[in-house]
Design a binder for this molecule. Structure first.
Ligand SMILES: Nc1nc2c(c(=O)[nH]1)N[C@H]1C(S)=C(S)[C@@H](COP(=O)(O)OP(=O)(O)OC[C@H]3O[C@@H](n4cnc5c(=O)[nH]c(N)nc54)[C@H](O)[C@@H]3O)O[C@H]1N2
Ligand SMILES: Nc1nc2c(c(=O)[nH]1)N[C@H]1C(S)=C(S)[C@@H](COP(=O)(O)OP(=O)(O)OC[C@H]3O[C@@H](n4cnc5c(=O)[nH]c(N)nc54)[C@H](O)[C@@H]3O)O[C@H]1N2
Ligand code: SF4
Ligand SMILES: [Mo]
Length: 693
């Protein structure tokens, strides 16, 4: 028996850990962290190891599946492409381009064969009905980066390995492995930070990250905008803004500060749940620290004032002189550029959604509007849908309604490896072959990494001759669509050629050396680059975008009373979950169940709920029943439920997942509850009423 090590980055989350795949006689037998990877240094989480389960899962699809009246039948690739193209072309010819919608899920970003190819297909379709998981995730970051710095991906990254002071809001990287901050191995980095300086975590729950922090501030869900405003107001009392480094390249700062100073923060303690002297102390520390960074993620993006929070975070980093500075926050300037010429900088409001009039951002509409666009009759109604690597029935607000909407479509085609809660409605599923057989380069996560890194991931196994890769599926669909509609289609070359051409054009790294480095290359710490890369029309940092100033007014004019007896629902991530789609993996689902609704013991006592009791959870949108679990780490008044559960919907194709207990968070979340400037869903903070069944 011959044993061999082969190396590749993990595609399952943003941490892009280097993994060591062990093969015995060409059979994949074990997966370990790659200790020779200069960036991840051997880090691996339970999901990395569960790639073994994904590769071996008999329920994973390998060949095109057509839905029949009794189940699914396998058909040939060419027949599948021709059928899908004929249906889509006919619907567009009869009802216009917008009658076909597209939804792109999270794994699109993790595979070069998706992210570099799918846009070509969307251009060929010319539809305005494009949706993605970004609008239940990170739109506030992208919108604020676009408005202030001129490009949606010019996002400053917290320099976690060098900063003296990190204020972290609404993120739990010890469980999630981080987001918009690619840094494999958070516990190690956080321990080094708290030895060197201070980490303050702002979160309604004492999370795994808060446990490692210097201090934890248990905020009221949705109180962050008030906290951030109060911090900025406190800074103006402590000392002058440190703007010298930005010279003439900054605009609107005084205007922004004046608008912020004019806000009456009222009863701050009631609004945030945090003591006033704690807020003052954070402001003092932030200003005094030799270097400091403020970072906010899911918990502050997916709430009603997500964009306001992200804007205020930028202003705090500016005021304290930490924007674009080592030890502060600074954008990565990656080897393969995601900003600059030829990249999509973004735009806003060039068109609006048909039913609710929500503005587009960067060519997409908020996914919270997808169901109504399908269900509302009239000119421009969505009649067909393409999904790629997504499961919006579980991952977007009011999933039950989307479930019903999908059942009413004239045609649906999904590029996915499973029959999930969403793709079960498809007429046709096109499953890509294993990522292990493909060339890959991380376009996005290298650009959000806390160091300059690069890695060419070469195939580890051969592609079975009867299977198709993601990029081949896009090319196949595109060519068939062109044939059916009389449009043009220029097939894109394979990933290896695309990556090589991109790297040579960028000219930042020795391509042959990169290819010959199976563990990837470390190219050093982040360096200031923001000022020379600004893409705003003025060429300056825009501190006072009018629609964000206007949103201050929304914050102060709308008091949102919770309702008698209501709790605020927030989410959580467990190291063994990956959004909605890895619950068929035995390695991740054996042992104790973890789907329960967490409640503070005081809230249980006042409702007569005992640990383990079956409870009914009600929101404006829906009702679910699940088990309650007492959790001291929660702030009273808060209920906590993971998303991505609720697989028992009849005909899903993952039987192990379907047998798990648990309900979908998004059967409770409200599609009308949005961060208005961006249209991002406010998934956290939903009012719910909980009672014993
Ligand atoms: N309530 C609540 N809702 C949330 C969140 C939350 O915190 N709370 N988080 C949100 C966030 S951050 C995100 S990113 C979204 C995710 O939302 P989605 O992207 O809609 O859902 P996923 O669960 O990631 O589903 C991914 C799908 O891709 C498929 N897949 C996996 N690998 C591949 C591949 O290589 N190719 C193809 N074609 N398919 C593949 C899987 O089978 C699965 O069906 O959920 C959001 N929803
Ligand atoms: N294990 C695991 N890892 C994952 C994923 C997964 O599903 N499972 N998904 C991946 C994806 S797609 C993403 S985008 C990232 C997300 O990565 P993170 O941004 O770290 O996301 P979460 O772990 O959901 O952490 C959000 C935190 O916000 C807190 N929170 C909720 N509401 C509020 C609020 O109003 N204010 C404040 N300050 N905090 C609040 C929650 O309690 C929670 O601890 O994780 C990625 N990694
Ligand atoms: S943290 Fe886990 S899922 Fe994320 S890249 Fe590393 S091994 Fe993969
Ligand atoms: Mo995400």
């Amino acid at each position: 028996m011959t044993s061999e090590h082969r190396y590749r980055a993990c595609p399952l989350c943003e941490a892009i850990c280097g993994l060591d795949f062990r093969f015995d006689s060409e059979r994949l037998t074990a997966i370990r962290g790659d200790h020779a990877d200069p960036f991840s240094a051997g880090h691996i989480c339970p999901k990395g190891n569960a790639i073994l389960d994904l590769e071996a899962d008999p329920e994973r699809l390998r060949l095109p599946q057509r839905r029949t009246s009794t189940g699914w039948e396998t058909i040939g690739w060419d027949e599948a492409f021709a059928w899908a193209a004929e249906k889509l072309a006919t619907i567009q010819a009869a009802h216009g381009a917008n009658a076909v919608a597209a939804y792109l899920g999270n794994p699109n970003v993790h595979h070069f064969g998706h992210i570099a190819y799918v846009p070509q297909l969307l251009r060929a379709l010319k539809t305005r009905n494009v949706y993605s998981a970004s609008s239940v995730d990170q739109w506030p970051h992208q919108l604020v980066a676009w408005a202030m710095y001129g490009h949606q991906f010019l996002i400053p990254i917290a320099d976690i390995d060098h900063t003296d002071y990190l204020l972290m809001l609404g993120a739990n990287p010890v469980a999630s492995n981080g987001s918009l901050m690619t840094a494999p191995g958070f516990p190690r980095r956080i321990k080094a930070l708290t030895r060197r300086g201070t980490l303050v975590v702002v979160d309604p729950r004492r999370t795994e990250t808060a446990e490692l922090a210097s201090r934890h501030l248990p905020i009221r869900p949705g109180g962050d905008a008030w906290l951030l405003l109060a911090l900025l107001q406190a800074l103006t009392r402590i000392g002058p803004p440190r703007l010298a480094a930005y010279g003439e390249r900054i605009q609107g700062f005084e205007q922004a500060l004046a608008a912020i100073a004019a806000v009456d923060v009222g009863d701050l303690h009631a609004r945030t749940g945090i003591a006033i002297d704690e807020i003052e102390r954070v402001a003092q520390e932030l200003y005094a620290a030799p270097s400091a960074a403020v970072y906010g993620r899911m918990g502050v993006s997916t709430q009603a004032f997500g964009s306001l929070c992200q804007w205020l975070i930028q202003l705090l980093n500016l005021y304290s002189g930490n924007l674009d500075r080592a030890g502060g926050v600074l954008p990565n300037d990656p080897v393969l550029p995601v900003t600059g010429p030829g990249t999509g900088k973004g735009h806003r409001g060039l068109w609006s959604s048909r039913v609710r009039g929500l503005p587009e951002f960067a060519g997409e509409l908020p996914v919270a509007a997808l169901a109504e666009e399908i269900l509302t009759a009239g000119d421009g109604q969505v009649r067909a849908l393409i999904t790629s690597a997504g499961n919006p029935v579980l991952s977007t607000p009011d999933g039950r309604n989307l479930d019903r909407a999908l059942a009413s479509l004239e045609f649906m085609v999904s590029i996915d490896i499973y029959v999930n809660e969403t793709t079960r409605h498809a007429d046709l599923i096109l499953p890509p072959t294993s990522f292990l057989s493909q060339h890959h380069y991380d376009l996005i996560f290298n650009a959000f990494a806390v160091r300059q890194v690069a890695r060419w991931n070469a195939p580890l196994i051969d592609q079975p001759s009867d299977e198709r890769a993601d990029w081949q599926i896009v090319n196949g669909l595109g060519a068939a669509l062109a044939a059916a509609s009389g449009k043009e289609w220029r097939a894109l070359p394979p990933p290896a050629a695309m990556i090589e051409a991109g790297l040579r054009r960028a000219g930042k790294v020795d391509v042959d050396a990169l290819k010959a480095a199976p563990h990837g290359l470390d190219l050093g710490p982040l360096q200031p680059s923001l000022l020379r890369r600004l893409e705003t029309e003025s060429g300056k940092i825009e501190c006072a975008p009018d629609f964000l100033l206007a949103d201050l007014w929304r914050l102060t004019s709308v008091d949102r009373p919770l309702g008698v007896g209501a709790l605020q629902l927030i989410g959580r991530r467990d190291p063994r979950d990956n959004n909605s789609w890895m619950h068929n993996a035995p390695r991740l689902t054996k042992g104790k169940a973890r789907h329960q609704l967490w409640l503070h013991p005081d809230d249980m006592a006042s409702r007569g709920i005992v640990d383990g009791a079956r409870v009914r959870v009600r929101s404006r949108i829906g009702v679910v029943e699940t088990e309650a679990m007492a959790q001291n780490a929660l702030r009273p008044g808060v209920a906590c439920l993971p998303h991505g559960y609720g697989h028992d919907r009849g005909d899903v194709g993952w039987s192990r997942a379907a047998a798990l207990p648990g309900v979908s968070y998004n059967d409770l979340s409200d599609p009308l509850d949005l961060d208005m400037p961006s249209g991002n869903a406010a998934l956290n903070g939903t009012p719910v009423w909980v009672e014993v069944v």
